[in-house]
Design a protein around this ligand. Structure first.
Ligand code: PMP
Ligand code: GLN
Length: 386
């Protein structure tokens, strides 16, 4: 294994899901729903398979139906207009979108300013592209029970070597949804320092309470300098299909496609047809999905609090970050490794998402995209910890 990758070992999601299988524990670690998405979307995939649509290599940029559906989704939800032919690229999930974007845009030695804790593939992809991570740590704000971006720290992180800002909102693993004010400050900084921004918005439809998802590309000066990443896995509960996309200005999409063509070339043929249909579902689908996840968030947040965790109530995503110190614990790694034995539950230590491991040490993430009965059983078990 080369030096760029040696530091990364095995992704925590594989490690923890294997632990869940081995111990029979309830898996609230890796973020995947335990119920498949809408029947009609599954049927659309079956129809495509049967009709022989997408069983051979689809077009490199993605099938026109899906590119059009992505553009239409961005228009309908956010008033953003993208040309399906030159400004939309279909990828093998958001994971490939992140990889191809970083591989396409970074020169060796370029700095990438990213919000820490970050989704684990970011660090590995920046390294594979020869870039350097410059983390800006989201700080727990006990009063607001959320993780907050310090805009001065962000500003200070930008240097002459900064090539791009890598943003994620709603944010995995903290559940923070960046506010319009925070995003406006990010946008102003990007314009002032002439930076590209890559924004991972895969949880765009999972936003709760008063929080609002503001796509960065909608802010002044951002349409031309932003690569926006989306995914069907999260929005339609088909994480195994690996259908994602990039929307950006033509030059940026062309660059990302240059990298993507040599990674997978294409993927998920029949599923692309199904996702094109899914994106056209009426608002009622998206509202019901959000309401379902909101109820699950409330159930698990209340249960974790009763079990003695300090809970950061997420404004978005399907993850809850907790602080384990009220339980008399301080090392999230040790806690998560022993949790299956102690309570029959698997969770993720947030420290894996940090360069400053100590900053993430006491935080542990639980996924609530699970059936109510599963969440209830998990809570019952976790209450035995206290
Ligand atoms: N970005 C974030 C923030 C995620 O949580 C995930 C995990 N699903 C991904 C990207 C990867 O998405 P996909 O499964 O579409 O590759
Ligand atoms: N995004 C999911 C999570 O954060 C998992 C994706 C993966 O396993 N790579 O849990």
């Amino acid at each position: 294994l080369n030096r760029r990758l040696a530091a990364f070992g095995t992704t925590i999601f594989a490690e923890m899901s294997a632990l869940a299988v081995r111990t029979g524990a309830i898996n609230l670690g890796q973020g995947f729903p335990d119920t498949d998405g809408p029947e009609e979307v599954r049927e659309a995939a079956v129809r495509a398979l049967r009709d022989g649509r997408g069983n051979q290599y689809p077009p490199g940029p993605g099938i026109p139906e899906l590119r059009t559906a992505v553009a239409e989704h961005q228009r309908r939800r956010y008033g953003l207009s993208f040309d399906p032919d030159t400004e939309v690229l279909v990828t093998a999930g958001a994971t490939e979108a992140v990889a191809a974007t970083l591989l396409a845009l970074l020169e060796p030695g370029d700095e990438v300013v990213a919000l820490e804790p970050y989704y684990d593939s970011y660090a590995a992809c920046i390294a594979m592209a020869g870039g350097t991570r410059v983390p800006v740590t989201l700080r727990p704000d006990a009063e607001q029970a959320r993780f907050r971006l310090d805009l001065d720290e962000l500003r200070d992180a930008v240097t002459d070597r900064t090539r791009l800002l890598l943003i994620n909102t709603p944010h995995n693993p903290t559940g923070t949804v960046l506010t319009r004010a925070e995003l406006t400050a990010i946008a102003e900084l990007a314009v002032e320092r002439d930076l590209l921004v890559v924004t991972d918005e895969v949880y765009e439809h999972l936003v709760f309470d008063e929080a609002e998802h503001v796509p960065l590309a909608t802010l002044p000066g951002m349409r031309e300098r932003t690569v926006t990443i989306g995914s069907a896995g999260k929005t339609f509960s088909f994480t195994g299909w690996k259908v994602g996309w990039v929307t950006a200005a033509p030059g940026l999409v062309t660059a990302v496609r240059s990298a993507k063509q040599f990674l997978t070339y294409v993927s998920s043929g029949p599923f692309q047809y199904a996702v094109a249909e899914a994106l056209a579902l009426p608002d009622a689908y998206f509202d019901a999905f959000r309401a379902d996840m909101l109820a699950k968030r409330d159930l698990l947040a209340a249960g974790l609090a009763e079990a003695g965790f300090s809970v950061f109530r997420p404004a978005g995503t399907y993850f809850i970050t907790t602080d384990i110190r009220p339980l008399g614990e301080s090392d999230g790694f040790a806690f998560c490794r022993s949790l299956p034995e102690r309570a029959g539950v698997v969770a993720i230590p947030n420290a894996v998402f940090y360069d400053h491991r100590e900053a993430g040490a006491p935080f542990v993430r639980f996924a609530f995209c699970k059936q109510v009965s599963v969440l209830e059983e998990a809570v019952k078990r976790l209450k035995t910890l206290a």
